[in-house]
Write a new protein. Structure first.
Length: 387
């Protein structure tokens, strides 16, 4: 009996060891692709609910893990500090494979040697045709990024109240002079749609718009700003100030204002949800209004570089840009819209581009200013205009 018992124990131990070894091998076989995303929660949800599962299905044994760091510069600053710390520690590999930062911090990361130049090694790299794929607020990022999407501001208006909508800032000023309190925006507070309107105003009237957008930084380029801000202060006496991005849309929907600057993706999402009247329309004022992308980038010493490239190639394929970026989130595609169009049904394409066409975007879609100009612009608005 003792011999039989010992034999049985040995058999169980051996079986358990084999089982654990097999389980360990499977665990080791699974690769985790670590993604850090800036932006709002919907950008994290996009990876968690759509892009990540799609990539995992196409790549058995891979698990996509995404962490959000929050919107604007603060969110992207967190991921930059993480990469800087790993670089300073001289680590051979870093624990982040893909990052999704904003324009400002992307430029800083390229300057600091934190990112990999990879775009020309993926099949979809040729679709990155926008200016923002090459320049990020005056910093050369060509080759280091693929735009996830292009987010754009535009003028929303109620055609029942505005029969001949303004095409330019000049025409807007004339319209508001005749129809005071018909236009509303949130100034430089509580949302970037108002900031974008002010930036567009300065491009129209402040002079040296190309330098302000692309550099080099020189305070002499601001010679026309005082006059432009003075005119804006006078203009503001005839407008309604809204509580923020959502507030502008709410007031448009209630008919309290007839026009106001909005984010195009937010406008379309609210329409799809039935929160906006279906008759509201969009127009980008000439000489231009700004927008901004978020980027896909790869840390310089990412552990899974080839897998990261594969992930970004999928994310920037025409099919995924059509389904994920356009249909699900109402963003403009990060890649050439003309290669996305065949993957979209006519209704979806027309909904996104019927008011603001690809030609409109190419002509009047502008970047935000070079970072030091942007800082000066905000400070001078607060000092000279104020809400």
């Amino acid at each position: 009996m003792k011999k039989t018992h010992r034999s049985l124990v040995r058999t169980l131990v051996t079986s358990l060891a084999i089982g654990l070894g097999t389980w360990s091998g499977l665990a080791q076989a699974q690769t985790t692709l670590n993604v850090i995303s800036g932006g709002s929660q919907n950008m994290v949800d996009y990876v968690t609910d759509y892009l990540g599962p799609l990539f995992e299905k196409q790549n058995p044994g891979v698990k996509v893990k995404v962490v959000g760091t929050g919107p604007d510069d603060a969110g992207s600053q967190k991921m930059m500090e993480k990469l800087q710390a790993q670089k300073s520690a001289n680590l051979a590999t870093w624990d982040t494979d893909v990052i999704v930062p904003n324009q400002q911090k992307t430029g800083e990361m390229v300057r600091d040697g934190l990112l990999l130049k990879y775009r020309d090694t993926i099949a979809t790299g040729k679709y990155a045709v926008s200016q923002s794929a090459k320049q990020a607020l005056g910093v050369n990022v060509d080759g280091y990024v693929m735009p996830m999407f292009e987010s754009q501001t535009a003028m929303a208006y109620n055609p029942d109240l505005v029969k001949n909508p303004p095409n330019s800032y000049d025409e807007l000023r004339a319209y508001v002079a005749k129809n005071p309190k018909s236009f509303g925006y949130n100034g430089l507070k509580n949302g970037m749609s108002g900031v974008a309107f002010v930036v567009g105003w300065m491009y129209a009237y402040g002079g040296n718009a190309q330098v302000v957008q692309q550099g080099p930084y020189d305070v002499k380029s601001q010679a026309g700003w005082k006059s432009a801000f003075s005119d804006l202060k006078a203009f503001n006496q005839q407008v309604v100030f809204t509580p923020g991005n959502a507030g502008t849309l709410d007031m448009l929907n209630r008919g309290e204002i007839a026009m106001g600057p909005v984010w195009v993706d937010m406008f379309h999402s609210w329409k799809a949800e039935g929160r906006l009247a279906p008759n509201l329309r969009l127009k980008i004022l000439s000489p231009g209004m700004p927008g901004q992308p978020y980027y896909y980038a790869i840390p310089a010493k990412a552990k899974n570089i080839e897998l990261a490239k594969k992930f970004i190639a999928l994310a920037t394929s025409p099919e995924v840009q059509a389904e994920g970026i356009v249909k699900r989130f109402n963003w403009y595609p990060g890649i050439d819209a003309n290669v996305v169009k065949p993957a979209l049904d006519a209704k979806t394409w027309n909904q996104l581009f019927v008011d603001v066409t690809p030609a409109d975007l190419a002509k009047n879609g502008k970047p935000f200013p070079l970072a030091p100009f942007f800082k000066d612009l905000r400070e001078q608005y607060e000092a000279q205009v104020q809400n």
